[in-house]
Design a protein around this ligand. Structure first.
Ligand code: F6R
Length: 263
């Protein structure tokens, strides 16, 4: 895993945006996996800026979001559809038919989850998956205990996640109890993963997923099995990593041959 530690949240957001910009320039039909939550907001702001100022073209880009609350319609202000629309899609020139977010109101959600997997396959698979990490080490809504072989399915949220997300609802009672989420194995099939984490409240989960054992108790730790993961961390999120000085040294001393390919 490539671990990049930057001073600030803004710096990791910019680095992530640069990686995505380079990837779209190299492959205009890039398939992007996207996350919601507070963490990628800086990245989305940067992508909007690059689109406006440099004309980065999203017209042939396809996106797949990781998850959606079960039961929330797309126009609900707390749905992830709405979040993505407000924070990214309506500000860039992406084609609505290329945007995929799990349908929280699908009449047969179980069959729908299988179809979501098929749609990812039909699009040629995900080139870059953007991920945040929960303070319990989850990726997507793959809460502790989720199978590391899991695919897109319905998950029950933990109390901790419900409380964490309650800030977006009028109270914790309003937070849906279930979500549709890509599985850990779905995420691991992406060609590349970009995991972002910011703030001291993520430090324990970050240390666990990067340096701890691979375990379904910390589903992000499955990323250790993936050949191409970049973890972008601010100082606070990196503060519990034992090898953080080594990661810094590696990053500063990369040979040209070791630099990332754009796609
Ligand atoms: C959201 C998602 C979640 C979040 C994680 C961190 O689509 O998949 O795994 O990335 O809960 O959330 P924030 O960024 O709000 O701390």
């Amino acid at each position: 895993m490539e671990v990049i530690i930057k001073e600030t949240y803004e710096a990791i957001s910019q680095e992530a945006a640069t990686i995505i910009r380079e990837a779209i320039l190299a492959k205009p039909t890039l398939v992007l996996g996207l996350a919601t939550g507070a963490t990628p907001l800086g990245l989305y702001g940067e992508l909007i800026r690059i689109h406006r100022q440099e004309g980065l073209d999203f017209s042939r880009v396809t996106t797949f979001n990781l998850d959606e609350y079960l039961g929330l319609p797309a126009d609900h202000p707390q749905s992830y559809h709405y979040f993505m629309q407000e924070n990214l899609f309506r500000h860039i020139n992406i084609s609505p038919e290329n945007v995929h977010t799990p349908q929280g109101t699908a009449p047969d959600p179980v069959a729908y989850c299988d179809r979501y997997e098929e749609e990812i396959q039909r699009a040629g698979g995900i080139d870059i998956q953007v991920l945040g990490v929960g303070s319990n080490g989850h990726i997507g809504f793959n809460e502790p205990g989720s199978s590391l072989g899991s695919r897109t399915r319905i998950k029950t949220l933990t109390r901790e996640t419900i409380e964490h997300n309650a800030r977006f609802f009028s109270s914790a009672d309003q937070v849906p109890r279930f979500a549709i989420t890509m599985g850990v194995a779905t995420i691991l099939e992406s060609r590349r993963c970009l995991v972002l984490a910011s703030g001291r409240e993520k430090a324990r989960a970050v240390a666990a997923f990067i340096e701890g054992p691979i375990t379904s108790s910390v589903t992000a730790s499955a990323l250790q099995l993936h050949p191409r993961v970049t973890a972008l961390l601010d100082e606070a999120a990196a503060s519990r990593l034992k090898l953080r000085e080594y990661y810094r040294w590696v990053y500063e001393n990369k040979s040209a041959a070791q630099r990332w390919r754009a796609t």
